[in-house]
Ligand binder design. Structure first.
Ligand code: PEP
Ligand code: MG
Length: 589
């Protein structure tokens, strides 16, 4: 008889679009960080062996310890260890666990931990202090066995079973960065906002992601199938045959749509009434330059230098930076690249000893504030960029500028570094283009003053929204308040673009809204003529640009500017998108 399992539906916050159908992998799931995952049938015996070895090693430890205590004549200790050794031969900890690994095809540490938890529950019911003592012995055994199991177990996302949908309480940028794309089909977490850096990395890798999901209710379904709909934020556990067939068809349709979009790789990003738009890529590593070429990006509009180096603990040396920037610049073969100086603090590089813990890190010593304080580090980075710029078309950009004073100070440091370099090297450029990120409302309000002192501007809407609306971009509980269509945000963008155009300096948008096609017409209508987005979204945005006229975009922006609430503007752009792109099942949900 076939066991009918009930279909369970959970609703979270969609972060990265896409459909995934796979098996759950519970990452850092319990308080003890015990991973829970399914084992392929053909690897089950290996898993049993792994458990046996861990138990044997723990036994060897106890035997050694017993010998030591024996030499020191600690009789009581020897007795305790004897009892532990006996317990380790108990079928409950040997055959029973091995049988369970086989029958449930689950990893050893999860089965082992469950057995220990069952012991604990039984012992808790017995008030006799003798039994309580025996439980301490079991805990000691458990600690030892688990430490051996975890030593070799899959606790890093670089090595998870194929077809995994990773469930976690929280995912860090590093977790997502190291996730093996061919095995991790999707992410689900409890915490995390839509423009957190972890989310940005998931989007850059094109891995569907849903947050605001409490995974505990489905923890016991580790062998079930799961569907994740990154468009709606829905998670379906144990889908029935009808649901499964529906999502398989949808996934095929989305894959086919992507392939069609890729065909426009060599067409220019211009509106159908001939208005040219700059379309560049946000890049975080040397490897992503290849993606930029593959997806038809013109240049790099934002190189997030803080993510390009392997260690979050140490800042790279000038030479290491020079080597990497040179490779990137050479691979760009004369096409423009904007290198942003380290944007650390906030939620980035927190493991670094130079980043002091702060009660309010996003309002603290972040980005340019940190670099101006750590002038040695700042100069080393500027030297590396300037040296690498000899081989290509490089500009430098500064994150989180909040006053003219700050920009002038930065320019002073560049000048100083340039003078030093000219004495050491032949070909250092006497001038490099410099840009300001406009991410703080004060910078937006004085962008006429900033425009006179820089060569270009980039609107970092991820932060601009956070700072304008006083809403933490990483807090999923505030996701309803993090509103890119808030009239305050739209007016700020309009103001920045207006001032930049008046001062004849280019301005781009490089926050996440630039990669959402429902925002494209609104941004073009507000006067933005350059967008910088994760490389894989270039075909989609190019398609949207090519199906939009600048006259229509202007009218849409005018309408939006007359509306009073974020919801009204959101409804307007969604409805307009639906009318213009009725067949886009990716965004019209
Ligand atoms: C932004 O804030 O919009 C931006 C592009 O920078 P980051 O997301 O790296 O803070
Ligand atoms: Mg930013």
């Amino acid at each position: 008889m076939r066991l009918i399992k009930e279909e369970i539906r959970l609703k979270g916050l969609p972060i990265c679009r896409g459909i995934a159908i796979g098996k759950p992998f519970f990452f850092h799931l319990t308080e003890n960080n015990i991973p829970h995952y399914a084992i392929e049938k053909e690897n089950v015996e290996k898993e049993v062996l792994r458990y046996r070895e861990a138990l044997a090693k723990a036994r060897d430890d106890i035997i050694c310890l017993k010998k030591e205590l024996g030499k020191e004549h600690v009789v009581e200790g020897v007795q305790i260890l004897d009892a532990e050794l006996q317990m380790m031969q108990d079928p409950l900890l040997t055959e029973d666990i091995e049988d369970e690994i086989r029958s449930r095809a689950s990893n050893a540490e999860s089965i082992f931990q469950e057995t220990i938890d069952r012991f604990q529950k039984r012992f808790e019911m017995i008030t006799d202090p003798l039994f309580q003592e025996r439980f301490k012995d079991i805990q000691d055994i458990a600690k030892r066995v688990l430490s051996y199991l975890l030593e070799k177990s899959t606790v890093s996302l670089s090595d998870v079973p194929p077809e995994s949908i990773v469930f976690a309480k929280e995912l860090t940028t590093a977790d997502i960065a190291e996730a093996n794309h061919s095995c991790v089909l999707a992410f689900v977490s409890h915490f995390g906002g839509s423009t957190s850096h972890a989310a940005i990395v998931a989007k850059a890798k094109g891995i569907p992601y849903v947050t605001s999901i409490e995974y505990e209710p489905i923890e016991s379904f580790k062998d079930s199938s799961v569907i994740l709909d990154g468009r709606t934020g829905e998670i379906i556990v144990n889908p029935d045959d009808e649901t499964l067939a529906l999502y398989q068809a949808l996934k095929e349709e989305l894959d086919a749509h992507r392939i069609t979009l890729r065909k426009m790789q060599n067409l220019p990003p211009e509106t159908y009434d001939g208005y040219k738009i700059g379309l560049s890529a946000n890049v975080e590593s040397l490897a992503e330059i290849e993606m930029l070429h593959r997806f038809g990006g013109h240049g790099v509009g934002l190189f997030r230098s803080e993510f390009a180096f392997p260690s979050e603990r140490n800042f790279p040396s000038e030479e290491d930076q020079f080597a990497l920037y040179s490779s990137v610049v050479k691979q760009m073969a004369g096409r423009p690249i904007v290198i942003r100086t380290f944007d650390v603090g906030g939620d980035k590089f927190l493991g670094n000893e130079l980043i002091a813990p702060e009660s309010n890190p996003y309002l603290g010593c972040r980005a340019i504030r940190f670099l101006l304080k750590e002038s040695g580090l700042f100069k080393a980075q500027l030297r590396a960029i300037l040296r690498a710029s000899v081989d290509g078309n490089v500009s430098i950009m500064f994150p989180m500028i909040s006053s003219l004073q700050e920009l002038l100070e930065v320019k002073g440091v560049i000048h100083q570094v340039q003078e030093e370099l000219v004495k050491q090297y032949d070909a250092i450029p006497s001038r490099i283009r410099i840009g300001c990120m406009i991410e703080v409302p004060s910078a937006a309000l004085i962008c006429d003053l900033l425009a006179k002192e820089c060569d270009f501007m980039a609107i970092g809407t991820n932060d601009l929204i956070q700072y304008a609306l006083a809403v933490d971009r990483g807090n999923h509980l505030l996701s309803g308040l993090y509103a890119p269509t808030h009239p305050g945000v739209i007016r700020l963008i309009k103001l920045i673009v207006h001032e930049a155009n008046k001062h004849c300096i280019p301005v781009s948008v490089c926050g996440e809204i630039a990669a959402d096609p429902r925002f494209t017409a609104l941004l073009l209508g507000l006067g933005v003529h350059e967008l910088s987005i994760a490389a894989r979204y270039i075909p989609e945005i190019k398609n949207t640009i090519r199906h939009t006229s600048i006259i229509y975009a202007k009218k849409l922006a005018e309408k939006a500017l007359l509306l009073s609430t974020a919801q009204e503007i959101l409804d307007l752009i969604h409805e307009e998108y639906r009318l213009h792109f009725p067949n886009d099942i990716f965004y019209n949900v």
